[in-house]
Each structure stands twice: as structure tokens, then as C-alpha cells.
Write a protein that binds this ligand. Structure first.
Ligand code: FES
Length: 184
């Protein structure tokens, strides 16, 4: 006859103390691993996006005042080629950061500075003092001396920079590339 188990002699569970620590389950481990990887990917995506959104505040906007030289270097009533260094460059931009523009001095401290790029497809326009016209070598775009559109495919006149005179120096606001809606 099998031996009967005597429940009265079984130890009281409250007297046994805490059992062994529960081991983490595989499902829980994979859940937290996936959550961690997702968090890393989210941060990696967010950093450039946030940087892009904050860049205008951080750098004071996408434009800066740059000098084109003393106003005496631009004779009255003439249009001369100017050049400035793009204020938003990296060290390896080298020579390509030097940006030409056309500077027209009407009288005294009255200046108009034109972007050199044609408003059609961006070719550099040239100034012809003999005819007082800007001409584009690519598709025959023509502009008057004040930069307004004269002929050819360009949809509008030349872009102009904002200018100011500071301590006898002509400065323009440069940096942002022009679009059909805005001046540079
Ligand atoms: S790029 Fe100047 S006319 Fe086309």
C-alpha cells in the first residue's frame, strides 16, 4: 500500500523565505532591445532635422554683411565687376567660395549690386558698357543697365543684393542663394 502524504507535516510556505530571483524572459529582453534600437534611430534622424530647423537662429540667419571694397573703387556712372567671399563656406570650398557680382554706382552713395547669375538658368551674365546691357552667353538673355529684363528667355530682371555704406566701404548682404521669389 502506497505511503500517504501527511499534509500536516508539510512546511509552512511563510516560513520558507523568498525564493530564487525570477529570470528575465526572452520576450522581455527582445522588447527592450527593440525599444533601444528604435530610440537610437529616432535620435539619429532627429539630430540633423533639429539642426536644420535651428540653423537660422544659431548663425544669425542665412545672410551676412560682406565688404566689396571702398566706395572709391567704383567710379560714378559705371558698372564694375565686384567679388566677395561667400560668408557661409567650409574650409575646403577654396576658390569656389569667391563670388562675383556686378556693382553699379549711380551717384555718390547710391549703389545697385546685381547677382551675376542669369535668372533663366543661372549662367553668369556679362556687362557690355558699349551697349549698356547685360547679356547672357547661354541663351541670349538681355538685361538693361538697371537690371530689368530686356529680351530673351529670362523670366525677370537680375537679382539685386541689399547694400549699405559703412565707414566708406560698400557692403552687401550675401549668403543665401537667390530664387525666383526672393532677392539674394
Ligand atoms: S541662362 Fe541666361 S538666357 Fe538662359
Amino acid at each position: 500500500m502506497p505511503e500517504q502524504f501527511d499534509y500536516r507535516s508539510a512546511p509552512d510556505p511563510d516560513m520558507l523565505g523568498p525564493g530564487p530571483e525570477p529570470q528575465p524572459s526572452r520576450r522581455g529582453f527582445l522588447f527592450w532591445l527593440g525599444a533601444g534600437i528604435n530610440a537610437i534611430v529616432a535620435v539619429a534622424i532627429a539630430i540633423p532635422v533639429v539642426g536644420y530647423l535651428l540653423a537660422p537662429w544659431k548663425s544669425g540667419g542665412s545672410q551676412k554683411w560682406v565688404s566689396l571694397g571702398t566706395i572709391d573703387s567704383f567710379p560714378e556712372g559705371q558698372t564694375r565687376l565686384g567679388e566677395y567671399r561667400n560668408p557661409f563656406t567650409t574650409p575646403w570650398d577654396g576658390y569656389t567660395a569667391n563670388t562675383p557680382c556686378w556693382v553699379r554706382r549711380q551717384t555718390g552713395e547710391s549703389f545697385t549690386v546685381f547677382a551675376i547669375n542669369c535668372t533663366h538658368l543661372g549662367c553668369p551674365v556679362r556687362w557690355f558698357p558699349e551697349s549698356s546691357l547685360f547679356m547672357c552667353p547661354c541663351h541670349g538673355g538681355v538685361y538693361y543697365a538697371d537690371g530689368s529684363h530686356a529680351a530673351g528667355p529670362p523670366p525677370r530682371g537680375l537679382y539685386t543684393y541689399e547694400t549699405r555704406i559703412k565707414n566708406g566701404t560698400l557692403e552687401i548682404k550675401a549668403g543665401r542663394l537667390p530664387t525666383l521669389q526672393q532677392t539674394p
